[in-house]
Design a protein around this ligand. Structure first.
Ligand SMILES: Nc1ncnc2c1ncn2[C@@H]1O[C@H](COP(=O)(O)OP(=O)(O)OP(=O)(O)O)[C@@H](O)[C@H]1O
Length: 359
């Protein structure tokens, strides 16, 4: 089922949680709503579900206006962060619930329900848990059962609100893969809310980046990461260093028109010898995270902190580094934006100046 959110706004009291959102989701798409806490992701999801009613705008399913239809009329399945399984029911009965509560005329036979539940248990790879109670499942298993339960009523849209938010890193990773595979099989239009950029970039076909109730950018994971529309998207989608003071880079560009320079830590080159382009900086902290080494430094010219990230191999090449040592940084891929929220400024539009050293 395709979804069209057409100019939708939602106000709580005097607070605008969602502001004039336009979003078209084609059938079968896997969409991540990504943004910081309070950006309106859950509210938008609830508006699509019919759990909230918009103040303005329309919501269309397959081109038909569903704005005034109830949750029941919309063929949506939900999974929330906190597994809302019924504690007093077995896994089997939890999954069967949506079918068992149908009016007699629409209810499948006992045998049909059994087959459906077993088929879903197979899909979520938890056949052996049919007779257990939710308290006898791990967090990851509960979320898989919650998904099976949502799928039992054959929804045409699947809505997931931070479904893996409460799970540990390893289980999250496994479930991301697993949910992707399930989507590949069933191809149900799926929208999931997350504040985790890695999760959004890894799983979704389309990423919708939200901030303060508005959409900042819609695109494939690659598009939003490699061609961010503005400073917010750039800085939300990965670690960044931010420079406000002058000179920004390589001693020859200045910070006029409120330009902010950004660079990702893995695009900072470090060297022990002073090259022509190098910016002198003092090492303040070194730490290893898995296969990566992060070095924190402070620029001697502007006193701004920044971070460089490299592979263990690159670090070895650089040679042993100590706190307090002076290194020379090469900012390889600087991006300029107008202020902290503004759009990208092309490199040739950043004002060029002569520096004190005359370079
Ligand atoms: N029922 C409500 N009444 C009043 N304010 C609300 C209500 N629901 C949400 N809000 C406000 O709307 C804003 C957006 O909330 P929403 O839950 O959509 O954000 P979110 O991006 O999903 O954040 P999080 O990741 O923290 O869940 C927040 O400031 C929140 O306090």
């Amino acid at each position: 089922m395709s979804i069209h959110v057409d100019g939708v706004s939602k106000v709580f009291g005097t607070f605008s949680a969602v502001k004039n959102i336009h979003l078209k989701i084609p059938t079968g798409d896997f969409v991540a709503l990504l943004g910081p806490s309070g950006s309106g992701k859950t509210t938008l999801l609830r508006l699509i579900a019919g759990l909230e009613h918009p103040n303005t705008g329309k919501i269309l399913f397959n081109g038909v206006d569903f704005t005034n239809k109830t949750v029941k009329d919309r063929k949506v399945g939900f999974v929330f962060q906190h597994y809302a399984l019924f504690k007093h029911m077995t896994v089997f009965d939890n999954i069967a619930f949506g079918l068992n509560v149908r009016p007699r005329k629409l209810r499948p036979s006992k045998q049909e329900i059994k087959e459906k539940v077993m088929e879903l248990l197979q899909l979520v790879k938890l056949e052996e848990t049919a007779n257990r109670y939710p308290s006898q499942l791990s967090g990851g298993q509960k979320q898989r059962i919650a998904l099976a339960r949502a799928l039992a009523v054959e929804p045409e849209v699947l809505l997931l609100d931070e479904p893996f938010g409460a799970l540990d890193a390893k289980v999250r990773q496994e479930l991301r893969q697993w949910l992707r595979e399930i989507h590949q099989k069933l191809k149900i239009t799926t929208i999931f809310v997350t504040h985790d950029q890695e999760e959004a970039l890894e799983m979704a076909d389309t990423v919708v980046v939200m901030n303060q109730g508005k959409i900042e950018q819609i695109g494939s994971p690659r598009e939003v990461y490699e061609q961010p529309k503005n400073a917010f998207v750039y800085s939300f989608l990965g670690r960044v260093n931010e420079f406000h003071s002058q000179p920004i880079v390589n001693g020859s560009y200045t910070n006029q028109n409120n330009t902010v320079a950004y660079i990702r830590p893995n695009e900072v080159g470090l060297s022990k010898s002073n090259s022509e382009k190098g910016i002198a900086a003092k090492v303040t902290h070194i730490h290893t995270i898995g296969a990566a080494v992060r070095i924190q430094l402070i620029r001697l010219d502007t006193n701004e902190f920044f971070e460089a990230e490299m592979t263990a191999e690159q670090y070895k090449k650089l040679g042993a580094v100590e706190n307090g040592e002076i290194l020379f940084a090469d900012f390889k891929n600087i991006v300029y934006f107008e202020g902290n929220e503004g759009s990208i400024v092309p490199f040739d539009k950043v004002s060029k100046i002569k520096t004190a050293s005359g370079s």
